[in-house]
Design a protein around this ligand. Structure first.
Ligand SMILES: CC(C)(COP(=O)(O)OP(=O)(O)OC[C@H]1O[C@@H](n2cnc3c(N)ncnc32)[C@H](O)[C@@H]1OP(=O)(O)O)[C@@H](O)C(=O)NCCC(=O)NCCS
Length: 177
């Protein structure tokens, strides 16, 4: 994948749409296509998993997730490049986000927010009552992103992660019971 700049800085006459350069090609956030993920995307997912997590999901784990009836998985693509993905479960009116991941080269450009909005729209269209997730207490970027889109912090699950870190439980209510 071409190397994007560390800090995209729009020129003075840039349109309001966030944009950056991919190689020599100017790219706007609106150019990124949300698409449902399929088994054929597993190798791309695996690359991002390995780039982003110390305990990445395996290929077979990802395949299992994508094949599950209650799984909802979407990616943000630029041409054939997978730049971000979200994997969730829809269970009895609860839309539970398991993973939201943006390629390390494309962070702070609005992709996470765009994909989270896609996920919330999907949850709403599927008549979910609430979007739930948990995240590492120390994951301040993720907590800030979720709070920005209206999630509230409901509590803490002590020693939830393998490294002993606490999980913060977050939710976004979409409708009343
Ligand atoms: C968390 C993550 C998905 C954010 O994606 P992103 O594309 O970089 O985020 P965006 O550019 O869309 O940012 C949207 C908002 O999130 C918050 N945010 C994102 N990164 C942040 C950071 N490093 N520090 C503080 N706030 C941050 C801000 O509120 C930001 O809004 P702003 O630009 O108006 O300030 C990304 O950092 C990531 O993939 N992290 C590793 C995987 C992970 O931790 N996933 C979440 C697990 S539940």
């Amino acid at each position: 994948m071409p190397t994007p700049p560390d800090a995209p800085s729009p020129p003075p006459d840039a349109p309001a749409t966030p944009w950056w350069e991919l190689g020599s090609r100017p790219v706007a956030l609106k150019d990124l296509r949300p698409e449902p993920l399929r088994l054929s995307h597993v190798s791309k997912l695996l690359s991002l998993e390995r780039a982003c997590y110390s305990d990445p999901w395996t290929a077979s784990g990802l395949e299992r997730e994508l094949e599950t009836d209650h799984a909802r998985a979407w990616g943000l693509f630029l041409d054939a490049n997978l730049l971000a993905y979200v994997i969730a479960w829809l269970f009895s009116e609860e839309f539970h986000i398991l993973k939201l991941t943006v390629s390390p080269y494309f962070r702070r450009l609005g992709l996470g927010e765009k994909l989270l909005r896609v996920a919330i729209g999907l949850a709403s269209a599927e008549k979910a009552r609430v979007v739930l997730l948990e995240t590492h207490e120390g994951n301040l970027p993720a907590r800030a992103l979720y709070r920005k889109l209206g999630f509230r912090e409901d509590g803490v699950r002590k020693n939830y992660y393998r490294n002993g870190e606490d999980a913060v439980l977050m939710s976004l209510k979409l409708r009343e019971l």
